[in-house]
Ligand binder design. Structure first.
Ligand SMILES: [Zn+2]
Length: 90
């Protein structure tokens, strides 16, 4: 069992409690005003009234955790997490 496997399992337990999904899909989002672009990441919101393509901000409907991230790293972390989500779902 690799360190990544162990870390993935711990994260999955946490994410199951907060989002109801062991391996949620991740998205860029916003915490407050951020003119330089998305400054946070979070699980994709499943609330049907929240259309993320129209407003990607994080609201009360959105699953936790919303994690503050340096804007330059947002896309990279979202891509990494979503790639690992597929790799870990075997
Ligand atoms: Zn939402």
């Amino acid at each position: 069992m690799s360190a990544l496997d162990n870390a993935r399992r711990s994260a999955a337990e946490f994410l199951r409690k907060t989002t109801g999904d062991d391996r949620p899909e991740w998205r860029p989002t916003f915490l407050g005003d951020s003119p330089e672009g998305a400054n946070a990441i979070g699980p994709v919101c499943t609330d049907e009234d929240h259309v993320e393509s129209e407003d990607p901000s994080a609201f009360e409907c959105c699953p936790e955790p919303i994690i503050a991230v340096e804007p330059a790293l947002v896309d990279y972390l979202v891509e990494l997490l979503n790639a690992d989500r597929e790799a870990g779902s075997s």
